[in-house]
Design a protein around this ligand. Structure first.
Ligand code: NAI
Ligand code: 15L
Length: 280
């Protein structure tokens, strides 16, 4: 049966706020969770991912989890370890113990951020000797995290695979590009996922049959797409949006991407040169 009751972690965040607006129209009853109170939602659970007992209670009786909670940008390894690595483990362990059947995991383009982005012609792929230019990036590329943050998303994907193989808990890992109301950079023209398309993709991820552990890229059907949406479409996802209407203005303001600039030559954008936050 299609899932109905869904726990949405990270409900107070940017994406969580967009999704709690859009997903109820698909018929889901959302249970909301975040470490901070969710504005306008007195019934939301204020729970830190470190609290194993509270997580057990939070997942009890839900059909599925959409796991968005965590640090969403680069931070020190210690912080990432606690929120994203241990936190995601705690969430999966609660889900397994309570018999939850499926998780939609918010992975990120930054799990594969050092992958050179397609540049049209194959002879010049920036630093890229690893792939032909032009072709869309397949979902099977090896993990190439660009930050400790990206590394935590690699862990989450591997954890998902392990929980499927070992315990039969299903996951769709969505390597989200950039999901915001509008694209705000030239790079985002390639990676943008409109909030409406994100809701479509999450709905497909919640309802497709037999996903095991499936990894998909998450974006709209952008004219300037860099990656292959085949595995997302195989879930039944049909994106309807395209960032192209924003292109002229953004390129006029910011210029075209420069293949000689490492921030422009890789999927992960500026994350690839973002200095690590070593602990003090
Ligand atoms: P956000 O930073 O706005 O929201 C994250 C939420 O998680 C916050 O409300 C925060 O309070 C909560 N959180 C953090 N640590 C927690 C903990 N220990 N326990 C409980 N809650 C905790 O991030 P955003 O943009 O909403 O992203 C949501 C998820 O999607 C994140 O996992 C992020 O890595 C992922 N993602 C988002 C992308 C985007 O374009 N928005 C792109 C790729 C991935
Ligand atoms: C992410 O993983 C971040 O969570 C989000 O804030 C954006 O930076 C996005 O990637 C991106 O690459 O644009």
């Amino acid at each position: 049966p299609a899932p109905r009751t869904v726990l949405l972690t990270g409900a107070a965040g940017g994406l969580g706020t967009l999704m709690r607006g859009l997903l109820p129209a698909y018929g889901y009853e959302l249970r909301l969770l975040d470490m901070v109170p969710v504005e306008g939602e007195p019934g939301a659970l204020t729970v830190d991912l470190a609290d194993k007992e509270a997580l057990r209670e939070a997942v009890r009786g839900v059909d599925a989890v959409i796991h968005l909670a965590g640090i969403s940008l680069e931070a020190s390894f210690e912080k990432i370890l606690r929120a994203n690595i241990e936190g995601t483990y705690n969430l999966y362990e609660a889900a397994r113990a309570e018999g939850v059947r499926r998780v939609v995991f918010a992975s990120s383009n930054h799990a594969v951020g050092f992958t050179p982005r397609p540049q049209g012609d194959s002879e010049d792929a920036g630093d890229g000797d690893r792939r032909a230019g032009g072709a869309l990036i397949p979902v099977e590329v090896p993990h190439r995290p660009d930050t400790f943050y990206g590394l935590s998303k690699c862990f989450g994907e591997d954890l998902s695979q392990f929980y499927w193989d070992k315990f039969g808990l299903e996951t769709v890992s969505v390597r989200i590009g950039s999901c915001f109301p509008e694209p705000t950079s030239v790079r985002m023209l390639s990676l943008w996922m409109s909030p409406a398309d994100c809701a479509r993709l999450f709905h497909a991820a919640l309802t497709a049959d037999g996903v095991g552990h499936t990894v998909v890229y998450g974006s709209s059907a952008n004219t300037r797409l860099w990656w292959d949406l085949t595995s997302a479409r195989a879930l039944g996802y049909e994106p309807r949006d395209d960032s192209e209407p924003y292109a002229e203005k953004l390129i006029a303001e910011q210029g075209e991407l420069d293949p000689a600039n490492p921030d422009h030559a890789h999927l992960g954008g500026a994350f690839v040169t973002d200095p690590p936050r070593w602990p003090h």
